[in-house]
Write a protein that binds this ligand. Structure first.
Ligand code: C2O
Ligand code: CU
Ligand code: CU
Length: 499
């Protein structure tokens, strides 16, 4: 065996990966689950227990926190949510095709001490989905403090891919949950957005990956799969792999709703809050001792076209520094520990993507704008629980033009209940346009089935949504910005699908 690598001053902490218990413990879903949302102590930094929130699951005699739930397409998921927080909450299954009773719409938030029962068929194709808190007005704080976990759906195609590439979940198939936290000098997370931060979004001073600050991961010379989830409140990442000054190619193999038709080689991709990026990194040519940094490259954050990102770090300097949005970041260091023989080729094809359904109706405009530099709106409205400003017919296929009216900010637009396809990007800023892989301006991260799509200031993104569903009666879902401060501030509308 190779000698252990020496400690790394800049990336001192081993990345937490899903295992059998504890944080991100893996639970194969069978039978009924009981998920308890509660306050926990968790050592973000060794020896400094931080007050966080987590979903706790007792599973086969073990205690898991924010468990990675693994379930087969076609299985039933039965879960009892017990709210042991001191405030209302509800679990939303982000990306799943469920009826509104099971969606975790904030309308169903339960009081402190109460429970909510979920029971639904998992109809989605294999992909990395996630679950998180969704009580209106407090979604940002609750996710920030820890109420988010992964839900991995598997099917035959997915299992075949893992077998072909000899991928082991938690070892060579690794989720990377990205969040940026603001920690005080005692290592406690701070969440107290002022008016500017409620408008721009809450940005932290430390990026944690799988709730590990400054992490490293020791790797071998083979293919690795990373399932990236941006669970940050407001921060975008321009994801790249850097060896020294060189960017490494990587292959996007899937997005929010599962595998693409074939791998797409890229050097970088934007991942906005709520989105997932499933990718392969080829380390076969690496040598022991090599180091690869998983980075976010600098970009123009386009906050109200002032360019400078959050920009209000200074006023918080006393409590904790803030990394500006768009700043260059080193997220994780991969250290090549040893050479192994690995001869699995990169797959040529991945999945057969169903074609986009045809639509004859003219596109529906979904305009994103602001009222007086204080409030973000969708179609000039903010969220009202009783209103359903967007009504669609069950079974219809609609094209939506998501238009972000400048001056503005990037808005990751998320639709509940119905995975969609991105058809085109128009009037994209240069940093997005240069990533286009087709004549419609789509980037690799726009391909396949999506549930969240980034819309830059000035841009219009056309999506196609098939509102077919098997549930009886009217169903009410949501469209909202997944910048959680925008969402909590009301950049969210009910979408009624008339039965
Ligand atoms: Cu992940 Cu309504 O959100
Ligand atoms: Cu969602
Ligand atoms: Cu937004």
């Amino acid at each position: 065996a190779a000698p252990p690598l020496p400690p790394d001053a800049a990336f001192p902490y081993p990345l937490r990966v899903p295992g059998e218990e504890g944080l991100y413990g893996v639970a194969e879903v069978s039978g009924a689950l009981a998920l308890t949302a509660k306050a926990v102590q968790h050592e973000l930094l060794p020896g400094r227990p931080a007050r966080l929130l987590a979903y706790e699951l007792e599973h086969q005699g073990k205690v898991l926190r924010n468990p990675v739930l693994r379930v087969r397409t076609g299985a039933r998921l039965r879960a009892k949510f017990w709210n042991a927080l001191g405030e209302p909450s509800i679990i939303h299954w982000h990306g799943l095709k469920v009826d509104s009773n099971n969606d975790g719409h904030p309308h169903y938030a339960v009081a402190a001490g109460a429970t909510y029962d979920y029971q639904f068929l998992v109809a989605n194709r294999a992909a990395t989905y996630w679950y998180h808190a969704h009580p209106h007005g407090a979604t940002g704080r609750q996710i920030y403090l820890g109420l988010a976990g992964l839900l991995i759906v598997e099917d035959e195609e997915e299992l075949a891919l893992r077998k072909a590439l000899d991928l082991g979940f938690g070892a060579t198939d690794i989720p990377l949950v990205l969040q940026d936290l603001r920690l005080d000098s005692g290592g406690q997370p701070i969440f107290a957005p002022d008016a500017t931060e409620r408008f721009h979004g809450h940005f932290g001073g430390e990026v944690v990956v799988n709730l590990t600050p400054r992490p490293h991961l020791d790797v071998e010379t083979r293919l690795y799969r990373f399932r990236v989830l941006n669970a940050s409140n407001a921060r975008l990442y321009r994801l790249a792999f850097r060896r020294g000054t060189r960017l490494l190619d990587y292959h996007v193999i899937g997005t929010d709703g599962g595998l693409l038709d074939r791998p797409r080689a890229v050097e970088e991709a934007f991942v906005s809050p709520g989105e997932r990026l499933d990718l392969l990194l080829d380390l076969r040519a690496a040598r022991p001792g090599d180091e690869v940094v998983v980075a976010s490259l600098p970009f123009d954050a386009m906050h109200l076209e002032t360019g400078g990102g959050a920009g209000h770090g200074a006023q918080h300097a006393a409590s904790a520094p803030v990394l500006p949005d768009g700043a260059e970041l080193a997220l994780l260091k991969l250290r090549v520990a040893r050479r192994i023989a690995y001869d699995r080729p990169l797959p040529q094809t991945l999945s057969r993507l169903e074609p986009v359904a045809e639509s004859t109706a003219s596109p529906r405009l979904v305009a994103l704008d602001q009222a007086g530099r204080m409030t973000w709106r969708i179609n000039a409205a903010t969220y009202e629980q009783a209103a359903t400003p967007i009504a669609v017919r069950r079974g219809s296929v609609e094209h939506w033009d998501l238009r972000n009216i400048a001056p503005s900010m990037p808005h990751p637009v998320h639709l509940h209940g119905f995975p969609f396809r991105v058809l085109a990007r128009e009037a994209s800023p240069a940093q997005q346009r240069r990533l286009a892989v087709d004549q419609n301006g789509l980037a690799a991260s726009d391909l396949g089935w999506k549930d969240t799509v980034l819309v830059w200031p000035g841009e219009t993104v056309r999506i196609a949504v098939d509102f077919t569903h098997p549930f009886p009666g009217d169903q009410v879902y949501l469209v909202h910005c997944h910048n959680l401060e925008h969402e909590d501030g009301g950049m969210m509308l009910n979408v009624r699908v008339a039965g």
